[in-house]
Design a protein around this ligand. Structure first.
Ligand SMILES: Nc1nc2c(c(=O)[nH]1)N[C@H]1C(S)=C(S)[C@@H](COP(=O)(O)OP(=O)(O)OC[C@H]3O[C@@H](n4cnc5c(N)ncnc54)[C@H](O)[C@@H]3O)O[C@H]1N2
Ligand code: MOO
Length: 398
């Protein structure tokens, strides 16, 4: 049986970054940048006031308490007047451009206004409350890296720089096939029926990642439906097909033989992990990778998190994810020789340090602990009281 690191290496070896497309910023939310972004502007682009108040030419290092200045003008945000050559002081709004030669802003709360003049009762420092051009970002600086997700913060930055289009990796095209004659859509169930939860889970996870879902089907354990779903996915030029169920050792576990009958070459079947051991990977020559996840819900969650997600990262040109190392409240446990993926909760100890606890009552068929967990935990090399912690959803990983 192949180990998890060896299985992952096989998958990543055969995965290349997808193509690149240019997108308007408004359509780029959650996409992954395919090239570095350099700033076309300085930010701020001009010296401006950090407070509503009075812009001054200070003269010396300080402005003595009780100083009186003549007020010549009002500089509002958006005003383009470059200079007031004969003025000592002008009223100014937060964000308004500092007129040429003005170097200091005194907030309005520390001023006493008279007619045509202003008095400052306390001593003030030269240079205060001015936001200098380029003090956030210099022209030409590399501000976002290739591989960065266009999240809300990146969107704010790109918009501030006036960048209208970005280069992003094409979205991976994924087909989802849930197998099982027991599966039903939401609604009343027949006596031995269950609701399909793996299909909706994968669709939600992949959508959140930013994949394009080509199709999501539910097929019984007999007949041609599975083969037809595979052919449809091939015709639609899927990059990846994710199936669930029918991959283990039982009489109805037809997925391995069906895939090989369709011409897919097996990469591995059964991995030294728990849960998710019966997982299978195959590839259609010149076509999509197939990840056939075992049917139990936690085998699907692990299959998505530790097999599908690393492939999605590689398709977006991203380096492998690095987990955080956390202190464990109690050892992870688990059987020797298998790599265990345990649901965990990051909590705070009495002193406020973050520590990890393994979620109670985990089993491959139990869904409730998954909804209560915050992270996946795996054993950290050489330590019983530490673990590697992976955000529950890989879309949240940097
Ligand atoms: N004799 C053996 N039996 C089993 C083995 C084994 O090695 N030898 N492995 C066990 C493990 S581990 C797992 S995991 C399961 C995986 O089996 P399959 O991939 O063949 O999956 P199914 O038998 O089709 O389903 C397993 C389980 O999951 C439920 N299921 C399936 N699809 C869905 C879905 N879309 N939504 C919700 N639940 C689903 C299904 O009803 C079964 O209860 O096999 C063990 N057995
Ligand atoms: O993958 Mo199975 O769910 O290990 O029990």
């Amino acid at each position: 049986m192949i180990s998890y690191p060896a299985a992952l290496a096989l998958l990543l070896d055969g995965t290349r970054p997808l193509g690149v497309e240019s997108l308007p910023l408004a359509s780029a939310a959650r996409r992954i940048l395919a090239s570095d972004v350099h700033s076309p502007l300085a930010l701020p682009s001009f010296d401006n006031a950090a407070m509503d108040g009075y812009a001054l030419r200070a003269g010396g290092e300080t402005i003595a308490a009780g100083s009186i200045f003549a007020v010549a003008a009002m500089q509002a945000a958006g005003d383009g007047t470059p200079a007031y050559p004969s003025a000592q002081a002008c009223e100014i709004a937060t964000g308004a451009r500092m007129p040429e030669g003005f170097d200091t802003v005194v907030p309005v709360e520390r001023s006493e206004r008279g007619s045509g003049r202003v008095r400052f009762p306390a001593e003030e420092r030269r240079g205060q409350n001015v936001r200098h051009a380029g003090s956030d970002i210099a022209v030409g600086a590399r501000v976002l890296h290739r591989g960065r997700r266009v999240d809300a913060a990146a969107t704010m930055l790109l918009a501030a720089l006036g960048i209208e289009r970005v280069e992003a990796f094409r979205r991976p095209r994924v087909a989802i096939v849930a197998t099982g004659s027991e599966l039903n859509a939401a609604g009343p169930l027949p006596p031995a029926g269950i609701h399909d939860s793996n299909g909706p889970f994968l669709a939600a996870s992949l959508t959140h990642w930013g994949a394009e879902i080509l199709s999501r089907s539910r097929v019984p354990d007999a007949g041609d439906a599975f083969a037809n779903a595979m052919r449809d996915a091939l015709d639609a030029h899927a990059d990846l097909i994710v199936t669930t169920g029918a991959v283990s050792a039982g009489r109805f576990d037809f997925v391995p033989s069906a895939l090989s009958a369709l011409g897919a070459s097996g990469l591995f079947h059964k991995v030294g992990i728990r849960p998710g051991k019966p997982l299978l990977a195959a590839r259609f020559d010149g076509g999509p990778l197939v990840l056939a996840l075992p049917g139990n819900p936690m085998a699907v969650a692990v299959g998505y998190r530790f097999f599908v997600a690393p492939v999605l990262r590689a398709m977006a040109g991203l380096a492998p994810e690095r987990p955080a190392r956390v202190r464990l409240v109690a050892p992870l446990g688990g059987r020797e020789g298998l790599q265990h993926f345990a649901l965990g909760l990051l909590e705070h100890d009495e002193e406020g340090w973050q520590v990890a606890r393994v979620a109670k009552a985990q089993a491959a068929y139990r869904i409730l602990p998954y909804t209560e967990a915050t992270h996946w935990l795996t054993a950290a090399a050489g330590s019983d009281d530490a673990a590697d912690a992976w955000p529950l959803d890989p879309a949240d990983a940097p």
